[in-house]
Design a protein around this ligand. Structure first.
Ligand SMILES: Nc1ncnc2c1ncn2[C@@H]1O[C@H](COP(=O)(O)OP(=O)(O)OP(=O)(O)O)[C@@H](O)[C@H]1O
Length: 346
C-alpha cells in the first residue's frame, strides 16, 4: 500500500543517530549530541560538531547528550535533534513525503513515544511509526523473526543492553539492562582513577576501550595504550600506559552483569524456543557488542554459539528501515500516528 513511498528508518540511539533509507543504505551517522547557549537555549551545533565540544565548552555553552542510559533524559533537546536530522535527510522530498520508522529506547514513556512521532510528522513524514530496539536489531541482523522458531538477539548500545527472544514477529521474553558501552567507559574511568590517581575524560576512556578493551583474556590486542589525564594529587597533566589486561579487569563488572542478564533470559525462554536457540545460537548487535572477546565469553558462559552481526553498529537502523517493508505482520508490535494502541513493551 506504500509501494512508491520513500522509507526512512531512524535509530534514535543514546550514543549515535543513524538514518537508513531503502535502496541507499545508511545515509546519516552522527553522535547524539547538541551544543546550546546556556541561558537562551539557542542551538549552536548538532551531531559531530557538537560532540567535539563535549567536555571542552566555555561557561556559557553546554554540550548535551539528551538520551542517557536508554531513556530520553532531556526531551526538548531530543526533539530539536531529531527534527534537525530528519530535515537534513528529508529536506529534498517535497512531493513524496516519506514514511518514517523511529527506533526508540525500550523504556521511553507513552508521552515521549507520541512526541517522537509528532516530531517526525512535523518535519514532513507522511506517516510515522515506532519500533522496539531488539525487534529492529533482529530484523537488521537478518534473523527470521516472523517464522515460528526462536531467534535470540542481544543488542548492546551506549546506554542499554536489550536482550530478546523473538518468534512469529513478536518478543516472547526480554530484558532491558542499563549496562552497555557507556558503562564500560565509566568503569575504565573509575579503574584509572583508583589505580593511578588519574582523572581521564569520557572520550579518552572510549578510545582506550576501542583500542585495547577486551572481555576475554585470550582475546586481546598485542599493544599498550598511552593516555593523558589530570593527576588528582598534583592537579597537573600526566601520562600513563595501560595494558589490555588492565582494561579486562576494569570491565569485569559490567561485562558480568550482561552475561548474567543473558542467562536470566535463557532461563525464562520456553523449552521449544530454547532448543531453537541452542541450534542457531544468539546474535550480538550494537556498538557495545564489538568489545573484543565478548562473543567468546558469552558462548563459553551459556554453552550456545554466539555470532557478532556483520554490521553490528548499523543493525538497528537497517532493521528499523526494513521494518517499514513488513508493516503487515509487524502492525501489532508498532505504534504509529494513526494506530494509537500501544504495542508490546511500549
Ligand atoms: N569497536 C568497538 N569496541 C567496543 N565498543 C565500541 C566499538 N565501537 C563502538 N563502540 C561502542 O558502542 C557504543 C555505541 O553503540 P550504538 O551506536 O549501537 O549505541 P546506541 O544505539 O547509540 O545506544 P542505545 O542502543 O543504548 O540507545 C558506544 O559505547 C561505543 O563506545
Amino acid at each position: 500500500m506504500f509501494g512508491l513511498q520513500k522509507k526512512i528508518g531512524i535509530d534514535l540511539g543514546t550514543a549515535t543517530i543513524l538514518v537508513y533509507e531503502k535502496g541507499k543504505g545508511i545515509i546519516l551517522k552522527e553522535p547524539s549530541v547538541v551544543a546550546m547557549e546556556k541561558g537562551t537555549k539557542k542551538v549552536l551545533a548538532v551531531g559531530e560538531e557538537a560532540r567535539r565540544m563535549l567536555g571542552r565548552t566555555p561557561g556559557n555553552i553546554v554540550a548535551i547528550r539528551p538520551l542517557r542510559e536508554g531513556v530520553i533524559a532531556d526531551f526538548e533537546v531530543t526533539e530539536i535533534m531529531l527534527k534537525h536530522f530528519i530535515s537534513k535527510v528529508c529536506g529534498k522530498y517535497t512531493f513524496i513525503k516519506p514514511l518514517i520508522m523511529v527506533c526508540v529506547p525500550v523504556n521511553v514513556t507513552g508521552v515521549e513515544q507520541r512526541a517522537v512521532i509528532e516530531a517526525a510528522m512535523q518535519v514532513g513524514a507522511k506517516k510515522a511509526f515506532l519500533i522496539e530496539e531488539p525487534l529492529a536489531a533482529a530484523i537488521g541482523a537478518g534473523l527470521p523473526i516472523h517464522e515460528p522458531c526462536g531467534s535470540m538477539v542481544v543488542d548492546i548500545g551506549g546506554g542499554t543492553c536489550d536482550i530478546a527472544v523473538i518468534s512469529l514477529g513478536g518478543i516472547v521474553v526480554s530484558e532491558s539492562l542499563r549496562v552497555a558501552g557507556d558503562n564500560f567507559d565509566e568503569a575504565i574511568i573509575r579503574y584509572v582513577k583508583s589505580k593511578y590517581n588519574l582523572m581521564i575524560g569520557e572520550r579518552t576512556a572510549e578510545e582506550v576501550k576501542i583500542a585495547i578493551g577486551t572481555a576475554h583474556l585470550d582475546v586481546q590486542e598485542d599493544t599498550t595504550y598511552e593516555v593523558r589525564g589530570r593527576d588528582i594529587m598534583s592537579g597537573l597533566p600526566k601520562n600513563i600506559i595501560l595494558t589490555p589486561k588492565e582494561i579486562y579487569e576494569a570491565l569485569k563488572d559490567p561485562v558480568q552483569a550482561i552475561v548474567a542478564a543473558v542467562k536470566r533470559v535463557l532461563e525464562q525462554t520456553p523449552p521449544e524456543l530454547a532448543s531453537d536457540i541452542i541450534d542457531k545460537g544468539l546474535v550480538l548487535t550494537g556498538g557495545g557488542a564489538m568489545l573484543r572477546g565478548l562473543d567468546r565469553l558469552l558462548s563459553e558462559e551459556t554453552g550456545i554459539p554466539v555470532v557478532l552481526a556483520e554490521d553490528a553498529l548499523s543493525c538497528v537502523a537497517i532493521g528499523t528501515g526494513k521494518a517499514l517493508e513488513n508493516l503487515d505482520y509487524l502492525q501489532d508490535s508498532l505504534i504509529s500516528n494513526n494506530h494509537r494502541s500501544l504495542g508490546r513493551g511500549f
